[in-house]
Design a protein around this ligand. Structure first.
Ligand code: 5GP
Length: 214
């Protein structure tokens, strides 16, 4: 068992090094994942405002069937669609990945990838671990995978409560326990204990790949 784990670890390390060092591998997707409430969206928003990075990055606006939260903007945070509309897009093969997360549907359209490619930008995906797995299957070679985790589950619960997610808080915490098991599959793992520090760490990773792509 220990031997298998060691093999998996060294394979992951090999892939990460190869992405970092092999100039032929062009990275055009940055997948940021981890339990909901961990702060992915806040980290991404800060990175998208960074003067050094903002012109080089594009946020992948997902489609979702969940209701809009206060302050969210259609087409900026999400495209809010009905379940019928979402399933029509699935049937037409318009998503590179889609998943049911906490009872709602979420998906990343191929259109987002096309738009980023057209403008020569890196596309940042804020998706759950199931979605990250699907992107790895389809575009693993041109993506890097960053896992954001909470310092502990109590902290995560507090953050979800602060955000006003009290309705599905238990679902989200239970899901978080399962989601944390995916950490080992990611190229990088960052603890969001201190927001500024986490932002800096993600920024450094992204910068490295922007320089590698040159
Ligand atoms: P929220 O409802 O809190 O905005 O998002 C819930 C979860 O869905 C988060 O973990 C978020 O990363 C994930 N999510 C958002 N968009 C997508 C998507 O397009 N695909 C997948 N698989 N997950 C997504």
């Amino acid at each position: 068992m220990a031997e298998i784990k060691e093999k998996i670890r060294s394979k992951k390390e090999e892939e990460k090094n190869s992405k970092e060092n092999n100039n032929k591998k062009i990275i055009n997707l940055i997948v940021i994942s981890g339990p909901s409430g961990v702060g992915k969206t806040t980290i991404i928003k800060k990175i998208l405002q960074d003067p050094e990075l903002k012109d080089k990055l594009m946020f992948s606006v997902s489609h979702t069937t969940r209701k809009k939260r206060e302050g969210e903007v259609e087409g900026q945070d999400y495209f809010f669609v009905s379940e019928e509309e979402f399933m029509r897009m699935v049937e037409r093969g318009e998503f590179i990945e889609w998943a049911k997360v906490h009872g709602h549907l979420y998906g990343t359209s191929y259109e987002n990838i096309k738009l980023a490619q057209k403008s020569g930008k890196l596309l940042i995906l804020d998706i759950d671990v199931q979605g990250a797995e699907k992107v790895r299957e389809k575009k693993g070679d041109s993506a890097i995978f960053i896992f954001i985790k909470p310092p502990n589950l109590d902290e995560l619960k507090k953050r979800l409560e602060l955000r006003g997610d009290t309705k599905d808080i238990e679902t989200r915490i239970n899901n978080a326990k399962k989601e944390l098991e995916f950490e080992k599959k990611f190229d990088y793992s960052i603890v969001n204990e201190n927001l500024e520090k986490a932002v800096l760490q993600v920024k450094e990773i992204i910068k490295k790949f922007i320089n590698n792509n040159k």
